[in-house]
Design a protein around this ligand. Structure first.
Ligand code: PLP
Length: 377
């Protein structure tokens, strides 16, 4: 008998499973709108020019491959914090942000979950949005956090909410901040799309910066997967604002103790790329314009999709396609409709009707709109 004979087969990942189905489809019209990865106008993965230039300068410098410290590349984490909190942020200026490099956004959430699971002094419970990114539930369940009574932790999508593409307005963020304060809830921001929502990295950081300026202590997960296109490089950061440098040092020491047995220390290459961009004014400016370019292409696809659906007299309201922001659109397509689109039109999306807008381009958007129109008629 095999040692593993009692291991039950698990279900496929709801998002990555869509890509498997797409890959197996041989039809030339097939479209993958499942995974949240940017595609260019030709439907191809996109490596930013700022990233290519940063890599060229790294190749020329021939850095060694030594281990990073447990909390990562120091220049990178400082620059990541500056990008999120803003250069004038009080805790940043006062050196009271405990920050560590992470294995992209997922790893940041997982470190945050583990740290809060160990040290959060109130109920170890977390409220997640409904709906939310599919991986939030397993991440926090595996971190030992439960469903939530008062004084709980609240997970907030900082911008470009996944899957709905619907963000609070600045006025609503102010209200949310007041309510969290009143109820003494603890905000844990997941910022996986800084720059992707509006095209501006500082505008997309509004919620994080507002909460900090209002005196909230926050936890923050950052990912450079989408805004730098560094998906597989796994570049991210996790940070906590503390009250002073002495408290920060204590928190830092415990972050190291959380991380060391998980993966020892983070990968170096992607962090060097991100840090090269964040610390060079020239590359930074180019990167910001490339982020805006990606956001703008997505916005133009929203307009085109809306116009085409309405032009085809597709039943229903489609205004949300234009008002939603970020990588995704929550179309409102039902599960049978998404299944019909996969089976009959070779178009793949998650079962909740979420589409990655970045998967659309001028060559496939009409076929997509026509297929959706047929599916709902
Ligand atoms: N959080 C949200 C809301 C996301 O949509 C994603 C990616 O899809 C992530 C976090 C983490 O992604 P990664 O681990 O690739 O940075």
């Amino acid at each position: 008998l095999s040692t593993w004979s009692a291991v039950p087969a698990g279900p496929p990942d709801p998002i990555l499973g869509v890509t498997e189905a797409f890959k197996a489809d041989k039809d030339s019209r097939k479209i993958n709108l499942g995974v949240g990865a940017y595609r260019d106008e030709h439907g191809k993965p996109y490596v930013l020019s700022s990233v290519k230039k940063a890599e060229e300068s790294l190749t020329a410098a021939q850095p060694d491959k030594e281990y990073l410290p447990i909390t990562g590349l120091p220049g990178f984490t400082q620059n990541a914090a500056k990008l999120a909190y803003g250069a004038e942020s009080k805790p940043l200026v006062e050196n009271s942000i405990a920050v560590t490099q992470s294995i992209s956004g997922t790893g940041a959430l997982r470190i945050g979950g583990a740290f809060l699971g160990r040290f959060y002094p109130h109920a170890k419970a977390i409220y997640l949005p409904v709906p939310s990114w599919g991986n939030h539930t397993p991440i926090f369940r595996d971190s030992g956090l439960e469903n939530a009574p008062e004084k709980s932790i609240v997970l907030l999508h900082a911008c470009a909410h996944n899957p709905t593409g619907v963000d609070p307005t600045q006025e609503q963020w102010r209200e949310i901040s007041d309510i969290l304060k009143e109820k003494k809830l603890f905000p844990f921001f997941d910022m996986a799309y800084q720059g992707f929502a509006s095209g501006s990295t500082s505008r997309d950081a509004f919620a994080v910066r507002h909460f900090v300026s209002e005196g909230h202590q926050i936890a923050l997960s950052q990912s450079f997967a989408k805004n730098m296109g560094l998906y597989g490089e796994r570049v991210g950061a996790f940070s906590l604002t503390t009250v002073d440098p002495e408290e920060k040092a204590r928190v830092d020491s415990q972050l190291k103790i959380v991380i060391r047995p998980m993966y020892s220390n983070p990968p170096v290459h992607g962090a060097r790329i991100a840090n090269t961009i964040l610390s060079s004014p020239e590359l930074y400016a180019q990167w910001e314009s490339e982020v805006k370019g990606m956001a703008d292409r997505i916005i133009s696809m929203r307009e085109k999709l809306y116009d085409t659906l309405v032009g085809l007299q597709t039943p229903g309201q489609w205004g949300h396609i234009k008002s939603q922001i970020g990588m995704f659109s929550f179309t409102g397509l039902t599960q049978p409709q998404t299944k019909a689109l996969a089976d009959k039109a070779h178009i793949y999306m998650t079962a909740d009707g979420r589409i990655s807008m970045a998967g659309l381009n001028s060559s496939n958007i009409e076929y997509f709109a026509e297929s959706v129109s047929k599916a709902v008629k």
